[in-house]
Design a protein around this ligand. Sequence first.
Ligand SMILES: Nc1ncnc2c1ncn2[C@@H]1O[C@H](COP(=O)(O)OP(=O)(O)OP(=O)(O)O)[C@@H](O)[C@H]1O
Ligand SMILES: [Mg+2]
Length: 350
Amino acid sequence: MAEGKNLVGVDIGSSSIKVCQLKETRKGLALVKLGFEPLPPQTIIDGHVMNTSAVVEALQKVFRDNGLKQKDVALGVSGQSVIIRKISVPLMTAEELAEQIQWEAEQHIPFDIKDVQIDYEVLRRRPEAGQMDLLLVAAKRDEINDYAELAREAKLKPICVDIDAFALQNVFEVTYGLPPDHTVALLNVGASLTSLNIVAKGVSQFTRDIANGGNSFTEEIQKQLGVAREQAEAYKMGGTGTEPVPQQVQNVLMQVADGLAGEIQRSLDFFLATSGEQEISRIFLAGGGAALPSLATAIERRARVPVERFNPMSKVACEAGVNQQFATEHGEQLGVALGLALRKDKEKRA
Ligand SMILES: Nc1ncnc2c1ncn2[C@@H]1O[C@H](COP(=O)(O)OP(=O)(O)OP(=O)(O)O)[C@@H](O)[C@H]1O
Ligand SMILES: [Mg+2]
């Protein structure tokens, strides 16, 4: 692992902020601090922050309430303003590539190259074809700057910005290891967004964000049962225990799950049709939506691939002072924050 001190991972999700601080001990990874702060609805829409002060206040509160003293953080970004492509370029040296990358990227990115931050990784060199394959990542500077600016307003010091899907992949790699000869799909089902990352031979091959997630389950319960948002949210999670959950809820959950599973399946089909890969051997579900049994069932039925819940906390011990029960119950929601918390202050960055 890289040298240096672990950064504090800060995942600003549309429904809540998750903050994790990790430490590497001789026995493995330990969670030193954990913070979770819900955000009011409509604070973040489609990855855009609508209510800056709500986010800044929540960030300050979560650091204060959980005794987070370290201000050097790693932030996550997701959504429509990030583009990830596998591209092929003529074979060249690392120095040549560093010079050429802007020009190469321009051919593949629908945004003005001046507005984006480019990052890349060489996936494979193919001397016989005179080509090499790259994973190209382009994120709009505006979006990155907005999130970094928010963090600075909350008196934090953003050291690096990572893509949510890759942060999750990092913690997955630490937890299960990346299978060298299987293709797996990692799904992060958030409140408003589901991100898909297909990993083969230890590297990401395909990513896609689907603008659908836990919110649509809640909204459909609200609509079909004519109940308020809080009530619908409670029904979705199996009720509060004080009154029975109407039977209709299960049908609504199955309906919405099937719709989302259909969208996921279209992306999997697209990947299989264009990548030359034969099959996906397993699908892992993380994010708050992973807790919906109807979703795992629906995906399994459509994809005919085993679906497993991925608990990113399973290899992480909790230090004294961390709310272990919360970390266990909400483990799936902590994947991105934990992945970000694996980043170090001294590692090499583009
Ligand atoms: N036990 C549960 N059962 C069903 N759904 C749950 C459960 N716990 C959380 N969720 C749902 O998970 C979603 C929140 O997940 P998560 O924290 O991963 O999203 P987020 O990061 O805030 O959102 P996004 O990444 O989409 O911006 C909400 O829709 C919430 O209702
Ligand atoms: Mg999220």
